[in-house]
Design a protein around this ligand. Structure first.
Ligand code: 2AM
Length: 182
């Protein structure tokens, strides 16, 4: 099965992401836009994993310690691609998130998973193969998006598969972070 660790979002947050996506959609000539249910932030991509290995990942996740922390979704941008760009919502610099990424990556690597050693650029993919209308001011769009404040209270292990032709992500394991004492 094809797996990745991710942060998922509440409906109010996904609704804001959908608003951003809709602005892109109505200003695009073409694109494959992320389904509402699939909006997420990838922490570590694992790829194809056997069942034994899947159990190791659940174990790693269950041993993860950490407190709930704040996260701000801020701005939008694109990874330029020949066949149309990947458009994403950005994440404000977040030490706790980077630490989590590094901790998870090193644990899965130590367990023998060949995870990529690329720089972590946290983002929420809104659409792929997106070609925008030439009169759309992408810079202005990115600048004028309101930040969305939320919190990370759970880390999910997600399965990615096509079900009846539809890309479907299912949470197969999760770790709830500790609430900070108030
Ligand atoms: P994304 O985070 O840029 O959207 C499931 O495929 C998720 O893992 C997607 O969110 C995807 O991209 C992310 N991902 C990261 N590296 C990947 C890779 N090498 N192949 C496929 N998906 C990858």
């Amino acid at each position: 099965m094809r797996l990745f660790f991710a942060v998922n979002f509440s409906d109010p947050v996904k609704q804001k992401l959908l608003d951003m996506q809709n602005t892109l959609r109505i200003n695009s000539l073409s694109g494959k836009f992320t389904l509402y249910d699939n909006l997420h932030l990838t922490l570590v991509f694992l790829g194809e994993v056997t069942f034994e290995r899947y159990e190791m990942l659940c174990e790693i996740l269950s041993r993860l310690d950490g407190f709930v922390f704040p996260l701000t979704i801020m701005g939008a941008g694109r990874f330029r691609r020949d066949g149309g760009d990947i458009w994403w919502a950005g994440i404000e610099e977040n030490r706790r998130l980077s630490d989590l990424h590094h901790m998870l990556s090193s644990k899965v690597r130590a367990a023998g998973f060949p995870v990529e050693n690329r720089r972590f650029s946290p983002h929420i993919t809104l659409g792929r193969e997106v070609r925008l209308r030439s009169d759309f001011d992408a810079e202005r769009f990115s600048r004028t998006i309101d930040g969305v404040n939320t919190e990370v209270n759970k880390i999910s292990l997600m399965k990615s598969e096509r079900l009846s032709g539809r890309l479907t992500y299912t949470e197969v394991s999760a770790k709830t972070l500790f609430e900070r004492q108030r």
